[in-house]
Ligand binder design. Structure first.
Ligand SMILES: C[C@](O)(CO)[C@H](O)COP(=O)(O)OP(=O)(O)OC[C@H]1O[C@@H](n2ccc(N)nc2=O)[C@H](O)[C@@H]1O
Ligand SMILES: Nc1ncnc2c1ncn2[C@@H]1O[C@H](COP(=O)(O)OP(=O)(O)OP(=O)(O)O)[C@@H](O)[C@H]1O
Length: 292
């Protein structure tokens, strides 16, 4: 059995810089990964069993282990890529522990698909490089290649041109989801302005103060539109701001927002205060992983 982490993806900055003829938007985004997320187990299955998926965990409800689940789509994409290299792969049983809220801007399904590719690459002995896995994963979703790489990075193009950040020191954070799911296409479609400035030159982000100062000069260009479509996002942003963070912002197309803090203690205190004011919200203190 192979266990693989599927960490939550956080867009520290997300600039929308244009739109392609096919409707996809051009982005300039800085992404980090949390130390919390979903978990995927993969193991060999008996001959004839095919590829199966069971889903457990607090957010398993409403997701199906059949049909269009991104875990199954990723497994099938890797099986097809292996076949193109003349390798037939054996049946496999996949098990997903769903800890992240669904359709929440922190890439849950994308992280799961990426974890599936990494885990099956090992189980099936395929030897695809991380770059090759990222390339073959793009048709599964714009966020999947960045989740395959799983390190702090800048992504451009539609989010699939990846440039790992050499100097990124990490930071304590709290993730807050006010319990509404947001449709990514609906947010992109409702944007009033699509031609915005990019992020510009990224400085050394090794120190926390430099990291926060730079991120503060950036934006999430989806935030205002998402908060109009889902007013609970504005409530979550206000609530996180009220706990004295270094910075508050929305991730992806929402509804999850995050605060950055100057210590793990400060993040834990903020998380406790938010939970006590909104016991129905998903609140997760975490550490954004540094570049290694
Ligand atoms: C908002 C982000 O999470 C930022 O990292 C991503 O851009 C979204 O990534 P994702 O959910 O993996 O996106 P996909 O599943 O590829 O696309 C969902 C829908 O979002 C819109 N979409 C997505 C990515 C992009 N660069 N431009 C878009 O306009 C399109 O309407 C697309 O049909
Ligand atoms: N394993 C999975 N986990 C979560 N959602 C999945 C999964 N497989 C398919 N989906 C579908 O994908 C859609 C997007 O869910 P996901 O949690 O990936 O969104 P997200 O966090 O907004 O992602 P992103 O930040 O990449 O836009 C959901 O509507 C869900 O039905």
């Amino acid at each position: 059995m192979i266990a693989e982490a599927a960490p939550a993806k956080i867009n520290l900055a997300l600039h929308v810089t244009g739109r392609r003829a096919d409707g996809y938007h051009l982005l300039d985004t800085l992404v980090a990964f949390a130390d919390i997320g979903d978990r995927l187990n993969v193991e060999a299955a008996p001959t004839g069993a095919g590829i199966t998926l069971e889903i457990t965990g607090p957010f398993a409800k409403g997701l199906s282990g059949a049909g269009d689940n991104l875990v199954l789509a990723a497994a099938k994409a890797l099986r097809a890529a292996a076949a193109e290299h003349g390798k037939l792969v054996p049946p496999v049983r996949l098990s997903l522990e769903k800890n992240l809220p669904v359709a929440s801007g922190i890439g849950g399904g994308s992280a799961d698909a990426a974890a599936t590719l990494r885990a099956l690459n090992r189980l099936w002995g395929l030897d695809f490089s991380l770059e090759a896995l990222a390339d073959l994963s793009a048709p599964l979703g714009a966020d999947v290649p960045m989740c395959v790489v799983g390190r702090p990075l800048r992504a451009t193009g539609i989010g699939t041109d990846l440039d790992p950040l050499a100097a990124f020191g990490g930071c304590d954070a709290v993730l807050v989801n006010p319990g509404v799911s947001v449709s990514t296409p609906a947010v992109f479609k409702a944007l009033a302005k699509r031609e915005n400035a990019g992020i510009g030159a990224v400085p050394d982000l090794s120190g926390r103060d430099a990291l926060v100062a730079f991120i503060a000069t950036c934006r999430n260009d989806l935030e205002a539109t998402a908060a109009t479509l889902a007013p609970a996002i504005a409530d979550a942003l206000r609530t996180v701001s009220g706990t004295g963070p270094l910075l508050t912002r929305m991730s992806g197309s929402g509804a999850t927002v995050f605060g950055l803090y100057d210590s793990a203690d400060a993040a834990a205190r903020a998380a406790a205060a938010i939970t006590s004011a909104h016991p129905e919200w998903w609140v997760a203190p975490t550490k954004l992983a540094p570049a290694d």
